[in-house]
Design a protein around this ligand. Sequence first.
Ligand code: FES
Length: 576
Amino acid sequence: MTVNGGFRSAQWFGATGRTGMAHRSWMRGQGFTPEVFDGRPVIGIATTWSELAPCNVHLHRVAESVKRGVWQAGGFPLEFPAMALGETLLRPTAMLYRNLLAMEAEELMRANPLDGVVLLSGCDKTTPGLLMAAASVDLPAVMVTGGPMLNGKYQGTDVGSGTAVWRFEEDLVAGRMTQEECAIAEGCMARSNGHCMTMGTASTMASVAEALGMQLPYSATWPAVDARRYETAQRAGQVIVGLVRQSLRPSAIMTRAAFENAIRVNAAIGGSTNAVVHLLAIAGRLGVPLSLDDFDVLARDVPTLVNLQPNGQYLMEDFCYAGGLPAVMRELAGAGLLNTDAITVTGAGIGANVADAPCWNREVIKTTADPFQPAGTGTAVLRGNLAPGGAVIKQSASSPHLLKHRGRALVFDSPADYYAVSNDPDLAVDEDTVLVIRYCGPRGYPGMPEVSNVALPRKLLLRGVRDMVRICDGRMSGTAYGTVVLHVAPEAAAGGPLALVRNGDWIILDVPARTLTLEVSDRELAERRAGWQPPAPHASRGWTRLYCERVTQADSGADLDFLVGASGHEVPRESH
Ligand code: FES
């Protein structure tokens, strides 16, 4: 971390002659006094602020609190923008750009005179993207997520962002809600700064970042508008200066033990399946051995402790007031389900961080002795001739009666193809049908969007059917629910067996046995494969072309193959 007796930044600001003048002079144009170049730690604050990423729009103000802390601790804070990924606006999907954010942030951290970084994220992809970047640079880093919105309120009840959208849509299609009521409801869901306040992907990844040890305790749950969110940010500014002085880096924090903690915490909070693909990608940057099967094995002993939507009743604000993630981790530690020695950004082990964490509401945060859902109901990993590379299903969001199911396939090559006929009263579908939605994987869509939980056919909704088996090589929003097999690998666009399924084929889903089987002979599949043609490329140039050519499959984290691993933080050669 130190260079010639100083910090990394000294190679810029401590230089003499023309070079040093150039580095300092233009910075002084911002009005900084010369003492900021006295060799103190320079702290970058990577902010994913943007008005096009509404969940992150307050991060500018969070950054101001971080700066206070950095100044207090004797550092020199410098805020810089990193690509803001707004889940709700970006097309075809924010996931197409997660690796681009990671690549951009990694290069900015390495190329600039930084000794440590504070990572400001919020919306779904910004948290894993920045963690991937920090892992590959391995400068001391602290994450500060932006916090969840306040609970949504509609007609006197709490409504969760994302989760309520799916229900409102079903109610609209089934005639239980009018378009006017939907317009009112949409204004009642997102009523403050912050990210989705269900246990969707943003809340999951914020919790996972805390469980990995990269956020300060309670960081995941303070609402975005709570004063303690800003207090935590200021504390993070103090902490990062200390981490630089101690040279405590992400590679020493995000160890295999930390990833095991993150996986178990994800199970305990009923977290998003998206954590699977993101954690695999982050681990890949660090060289930490982590496989898809780890998610099944490690989660099997973990009961769901948190009663939050979409699995349960409450929202992140309730989770915060009930005691937040430390109360959950204390329960896990008590049951021997937490690697308590795993070091965190506090400098202490995670067990010490949560040893005295209180719980104020056992309706929201249950105990391991009396859990919200029993152990074994978390994310399961499936394999079989339909998913040789694996697939995942969120059991707690599924209908129990569908976890063992045999049905005939009804196949669509895109969600659009399906929605073009989903309202047809003559569609050949019943509640036993298995809907197959394919070409939605990393290469296929491209970007592996959250389209897998297609709404049920209208004729079934009108009959009161609320769930059916769906299988897809894409992802599902963490706010969504349903018996949906996700992340099928290899994806159809890569020639996976999903591409060979035909209407009427029998498919067996057996979650207890962890299998997904297409009842078609190997010989027949070989014949079908001989006639299969890969889809035309999505783009002839630019990021989309690079992404499609180099993206790995979901079971490897959907990173770009040449971004796996780390390049460290060696100071590049002089620019002048
Ligand atoms: Fe940003 Fe849900 S849309 S967190």
